[in-house]
Design a protein around this ligand. Structure first.
Ligand SMILES: Cc1cc2nc3c(=O)[nH]c(=O)nc-3n(C[C@H](O)[C@H](O)[C@H](O)COP(=O)(O)O)c2cc1C
Length: 176
């Protein structure tokens, strides 16, 4: 088992592709990849890892992607203990077509895992993003890495590279 677990939910494959890209950047020896739809059973899958990268696109009006719904609901009830776990969030959205609810899913995951005791890292400056509103901003920053393959796909690779550099502070495996 690798030291980092990447878990993603993706409806049309965008966040899936991003998750695969992140895994390729980090190296398959350092991180395992899980689809929330196909590979996830329960919170124990997440709790196997001390370091987690969680990917979730936003649907509806600022809501989490479908495959995360039930797991989040179950965790709200069961309250698994994520203290000692370090988590960074990423996910796809659409800053133009859905600019009033841009990447809202990240804020939902942030609140949930924080409430379960996790340390959330990897906040990203809103600079360079064009959107009307996002519920994923805390203390002036996005709680994770927003990526927009609809309008700004040319920025994705650099945004991922910058984010992985930032995560070195909190993910020892990335700094080695
Ligand atoms: C019906 C619908 C609702 C959407 N709602 C949002 C939204 O509220 N906020 C947002 O940032 N993006 C929204 N999007 C954009 C998707 O998040 C975007 O297309 C993303 O790339 C999908 O990623 P996925 O294939 O990993 O699920 C929506 C797209 C559709 C088709």
């Amino acid at each position: 088992m690798a030291s980092i677990g990447i878990f993603y939910g993706s409806t049309s494959g965008v966040t899936e592709e991003i998750a695969e890209k992140i895994q390729a950047e980090i190296g398959e020896d350092l991180c395992d990849l899980y689809s929330m739809e196909e590979d996830f059973d329960d919170a124990e899958d997440l709790l196997k890892y001390d370091y987690l990268l969680l990917g979730c696109s936003t649907w509806g009006a600022g809501e989490v992607q479908n495959d995360w719904r039930e797991p989040l609901f179950d965790m709200e009830i069961d309250k698994p203990d994520f203290s000692g776990k370090t988590i960074a969030l990423f996910g796809a959205g659409d800053c133009d077509g859905h600019g009033k609810h841009f990447v809202g899913a990240l804020g939902t995951l942030y609140d949930e895992f924080k409430a379960l005791g996790a340390k959330l890292v990897g906040a990203v400056s809103t600079e360079g993003y064009c959107f009307e509103h996002s519920s994923s901003i805390r203390e002036g920053k996005f709680v994770g890495l927003p990526l927009d393959e609809v309008n700004e796909s040319d920025k994705t690779d650099q945004r991922i590279a910058d984010w992985l550099t930032l995560l070195k502070q909190d993910f020892p495996a990335l700094a080695a």
